[in-house]
Design a protein around this ligand. Structure first.
Ligand SMILES: [Ca+2]
Ligand SMILES: [Ca+2]
Length: 335
């Protein structure tokens, strides 16, 4: 069966290349392994969309039994695997492949989650790093948090498309960029569908969870931005973004291994936006009511001061006009 699949992969690659009028790839005298790898590489140069189909077929074939061929095909592959749910819609051939294998695509839409060990921290702005604090970042107060899991990256356009079968992003056509132009309510709709697909309880982070994670949790080094005092090393913001979002995970991660908490897109939190209280709090979820929802971390079009771990912003829950507004996910426990 394995070898049939290999042959099919190569045949498929050659068939696709015949549409691309690629003539420079030679298979003579080479093993099937080498041939398929070369075909793959050639395709990736000439037609990234078609190579996805080959890659997916091979990946599915060796899901249970990783082999040299699969390793070769995927060597140098730095792109996240495409989400089969969305591609079922996009490509009839892939749809056939998926339905034949009765693939459950859930694993490919789920975000990579990082364990954030609970602990205590002081929430709110300190002038220790020389930053100007804004009024809504005070009073500083002590917060105790339980363990939780936070997504390593902002939710990407590929993940959004896989779940929602749409892409609201202004900077669309970039699967690995964060989804943006989503309202707080849109994010809730995504989470509802994701939870239905996965039978898990994903949710937005609370502001306290967001700030604790941005500060590096138990591993915090007290940086001004998430992962550094030098903003350029950790964040896409107005001065370095070139006026657009960027694929997630390209800047340096923070102390917990979480990316882009400062910059790229603003991130919705679950809380109503309101004033802080000076009381010690345990797992706070913000005010009971309000008119706006909290946003954190700054974005590609914002000032450096917006990317501070203590900075807060807010917007109406239906507002999706921000092409710098996205989100990331939290799980209370690994499920
Ligand atoms: Ca961000
Ligand atoms: Ca602010």
């Amino acid at each position: 069966m394995k070898y049939i699949i290999i042959v099919v992969c190569i045949a498929l690659a050659l068939l696709m290349m015949s549409f691309q009028t690629v003539t420079s790839v030679k298979f003579g005298g080479e093993s099937q392994h080498t041939g398929s790898i070369k075909a793959y590489n050639a395709l990736s140069v000439f037609n990234p969309e078609l190579v996805e189909i080959v890659r997916e077929l091979c990946r599915l074939s060796f899901l249970q039994e990783p082999s040299r061929v699969a390793a070769g095909i995927f060597s140098g592959d730095t792109v996240a695997l495409p989400e089969t749910v969305s591609l079922q819609r996009v490509n009839p051939l892939r749809s056939w492949l998926v339905s034949n294998r009765e693939l459950q695509s859930i694993e490919h839409v789920e975000p990579e989650m990082i364990l954030v060990l609970g602990g205590s921290f002081t929430m709110g702005c300190s002038t220790a790093k020389g930053g100007a604090c804004e009024n809504d970042e005070s009073p500083r107060h002590r917060v105790h948090l339980s363990d939780f899991y936070m997504s390593k990256y902002e939710v990407t356009q590929a993940q959004w498309k896989a779940v929602m079968e749409s892409n609201p992003s202004y900077f669309s056509d970039c699967d690995s960029c964060p989804v943006e132009r989503v309202s707080w309510n849109d994010a809730q709709a995504f989470i509802l569908k994701l939870n239905q697909k996965t039978a898990k309880n994903y949710r937005l982070p609370t502001e306290a969870e967001w700030e604790y994670a941005a500060r590096g949790g138990k591993k915090s080094k007290g940086y001004k931005y998430a992962g550094s005092d030098t903003i350029d090393s950790v964040a896409w913001f107005a001065d370095n973004s070139g006026g657009k979002t960027h694929p997630v995970g390209q800047k340096q991660a923070n102390e917990l291994g979480i990316y882009d908490m400062s910059g790229n897109v603003w991130e919705w939190c679950s809380d109503w936006y309101g004033n802080y209280s000076a009381e010690v709090q345990t797992n706070p979820g913000g005010p009971n009511s309000g008119s706006n929802r909290a946003l954190r971390g700054g974005g590609w079009n914002g000032l450096a001061s917006r990317c501070r771990v203590a900075d807060r912003s807010n917007d109406g829950p239906d507002n999706r006009n921000r092409n710098s507004g996205g989100f990331r996910l939290v799980l209370a426990e690994k499920q």
